[in-house]
Design a protein around this ligand. Structure first.
Ligand code: ADP
Length: 318
């Protein structure tokens, strides 16, 4: 499979700030890729370089085998800074954008109507863009970026400003478009949104890639993880048995909540996350166990492990 996008040692500086620092990336054709990192990490700068809106100081970029400017009609782009023609009616606006992207007029009204239906915006064709709520405008912008059925779709923070219901609708639609064979990359600083939909993850922090892999690869790399045990009664003897167990790396007891959380040593070859039977034996000797839960690492957990702080803390810094 060839790559839809490749970046080789791409660097972008703004004065003394290196916004993107020697980034190497390959986005294979047909992937649905989350480009994740805190605010200020360098996501939009990278995306703007991919789109040839700005240019790198160093490095090379290839998009669909050339530059984004050569392949404009094959690319759908949702920029971070949103803008619609405020006075234009929604239907006219979407038709205008589709025509700009090379779609003929035959069947165009129907195409627009189908997209509005799909994004749960029926009946807005004759409304002016400025009359719509922020979330609705965002959905219109999303439609504008995909209405020409591009082979490569690049979405910069597509979920920002959407309520949870619409964020789920957008996530579902992105997956469906991907399943029809399109390549999609989207940026977000909300990791759990990405976790649910993407099959490949690239994490960036301070302009550098800190993680790049498919979700199964990443899960394998970071599993097995933590076990959370809730129990009634005294947890001391259970905690002691677990602490002495060679496969337990660390353990935290929250006696008031009747909870022990422990992390297992990393095991290289575990096809499925599992609790070793010798660890389960420790639980069997304890009365009053309510739940034993094997937690898979979330992308937030992985980010903390890689970077040493939470994404929210870093977002707060920017
Ligand atoms: P993200 O999209 O991950 O939030 P950006 O790519 O927008 O991050 O920004 C990366 C860094 O580059 C930030 O520190 C930001 O302030 C800086 N930056 C972005 N655009 C410019 C610009 N036009 N001029 C100066 N600094 C910029």
């Amino acid at each position: 499979m060839s790559d839809a996008i490749t970046l080789g040692s791409v660097t972008k500086r703004y004065g003394s700030l290196t916004a993107v620092d020697g980034v190497d990336l390959c986005i294979p054709e047909g992937s649905l890729c989350g480009f994740l990192g805190p605010n200020g990490a360098g996501k939009s700068t990278t995306i703007r370089m991919i789109m040839s809106i700005i240019y790198p100081d160093d490095g090379t970029i290839s998009v669909l085998g050339g530059s984004a400017l050569d392949r404009k009609d094959g690319i759908g782009y949702l920029p971070e800074e949103r803008g619609l023609y405020r006075k234009m009616r929604v239907g006219e606006f979407l038709k205008y954008i589709a025509r700009l992207k090379g779609i003929g007029s035959v069947g165009l009204t129907q195409r627009v109507d189908q997209w509005l239906e799909r994004m749960e915006l029926p009946g807005v064709q004759r409304k002016r863009c400025q009359e719509l709520s922020k979330g609705m405008q965002q959905k219109i912008q999303f439609i504008a970026s995909v209405i020409h059925d591009p082979e490569l779709i690049i979405l910069d923070e597509p979920f920002s400003g959407l309520d949870p219901v619409n964020a789920r609708l957008l996530g579902r639609t992105v997956r469906e478009i991907h399943e029809s064979g399109r390549t999609i990359i989207f940026s977000t600083h909300v990791l759990h949104q990405a976790e649910q939909i993407c099959d490949r993850v690239i994490m960036i922090n301070r302009g550098r890639i800190v993680l790049d892999g498919s979700m199964p690869e990443i899960r394998r790399q970071f599993d097995p993880r933590s076990i959370r045990i809730k129990a009634t009664g005294n947890l001391d003897s259970l905690a002691q048995r677990l602490e002495e167990h060679p496969q337990i790396r660390s353990l935290e007891t929250q006696s008031e909540e009747g909870m022990i959380e422990l992390r297992m040593e990393h095991e290289e070859e575990t096809p499925e996350p599992r609790i070793p039977s010798s660890v389960l034996d420790c639980f069997n000797q304890q009365d009053g166990i309510c739940t034993v839960e094997l937690r898979q690492p979330t992308l937030d957990d992985i980010f903390v492990e890689l970077v040493g702080s939470t994404i929210e803390d870093l977002d707060g810094d920017s």
